[in-house]
Design a protein around this ligand. Structure first.
Ligand code: SF4
Length: 336
């Protein structure tokens, strides 16, 4: 049986990209939503699938400079390039990877995820920019993996100095990929996840979510167990991705960007109070320290406990906001 992410008492050797991911120190750079494959389990959201858009973590960006800003905001030590199919936009991968390496230095670790089998020309363009390549061969070619372009690409990429792995979702028949282990530095298995765009395809195959809380699909762990115990084999659970990876990344962003009056939670979210004034509040603001609040467009944002304890008599709507740091997704709004 393979190891859970972050736990390697038996010497499972995580790829350098995975090590940084565990620390929440890896920025996710989504370089395009376009892809010519039609995997029935494709996890892309409607917002991204098929669209030629770039996201650095959850922020849509339009230049390498904006991606670097996002990486700075989380003190990123590396970047995972993903899609869609990144190699459809190879020039863009080269442009962003070069900008990141130039800005942060060659030690900024970059891994590239691809559903294609890059040839020598493509690999040579990525040399010195991408450190680690993660191949995602189609499910139907797993039984003959050694006779595919993916095996040939893995051998070539290693000769050219890349770290090379296969990274696929846990599906029935995954045990056949064991044949490729001698060609690889690692084999990552992602727990199959239920998604909005693949839910119908999952139902058609008789699959169902493990429970009502998480995205994991029932049975995925058993399929993953088809692979032998091997230090190169690593199982990344859905819960781990949702909790540890995301939480650690949010904490890094919050540490760099939280305003003085925002409370940073153990989950890496920030909490603050909002007043939508419906009358004069100058006297109240004068009683606060300048760092304790911020006047925005039509609202005043401040420490939630100040608003809760001292704002009772103030005119206007009052509530507490919990959201991802740096203006990210709102998790909860609680009226006061
Ligand atoms: S290769 Fe990746 S992005 Fe393309 S269809 Fe398959 S899962 Fe989706």
């Amino acid at each position: 049986m393979q190891q859970e992410s972050g736990v390697s008492p038996d010497g499972v050797s995580l790829s350098p990209g995975c090590v940084l991911c565990h620390q929440g120190a890896k920025m996710v750079l989504f370089v395009t939503g376009r892809c010519r494959r039609t995997c029935w389990y494709c996890p892309l959201s409607r917002e991204r699938k098929g669209r030629d858009v770039v996201f650095a973590n959850s922020r849509q960006v339009s230049s390498p400079a904006e991606a670097i800003e996002e990486a700075e905001s989380m003190s990123a030590l590396g970047t995972g390039v993903t899609g869609g199919e990144p190699l459809i936009v190879l020039d863009r991968v080269v442009e962003y990877s070069r900008a990141l390496k130039e800005h942060f230095g060659p030690e900024h670790q970059i891994h590239l995820y691809t559903g294609l089998a890059p040839d020598e020309a493509a690999l040579r363009r990525l040399q010195g920019l991408v450190d680690e390549i993660r191949l995602h061969p189609p499910h139907e070619c797993w039984p003959d993996i050694l006779d595919t372009d993916y095996a040939r690409s893995a051998v070539l990429a290693r000769e050219l100095g890349f770290l090379v792995g296969i990274e696929v979702p846990a599906l029935p028949g995954i045990g056949a990929l064991a044949a490729a282990l001698p060609l690889l530095d690692f084999l990552n298995i992602n727990e199959l996840e239920w998604g909005e765009t693949c839910a119908d395809a999952m139902r058609e195959r008789g699959l169902e979510p493990e429970d009502g809380v998480h995205n994991a699909v029932l049975g995925a762990r058993e399929w993953a167990a088809e692979l032998p115990r091997d230090p190169k084999v690593h199982f990344c659970s859905s819960v781990f991705k949702d909790s540890v990876q995301l939480r650690e990344r949010l904490k890094r962003i919050a540490a760099n960007t939280a305003r003085p009056f925002e409370e940073v939670t153990d989950d890496g979210t920030v909490v603050y109070g909002v007043l939508e004034p419906a009358g004069p509040v100058d006297e109240f603001l004068a009683s606060l320290d300048g760092d304790d609040y911020m006047v925005c467009d039509k609202t005043i944002e401040m420490a939630w406990w100040v608003l809760a304890e001292e704002g009772a008599g103030l005119p206007g709507r009052k509530y507490v906001v919990e959201r991802y740091p740096n203006g990210g997704m709102v998790v909860e709004v609680t009226p006061l």
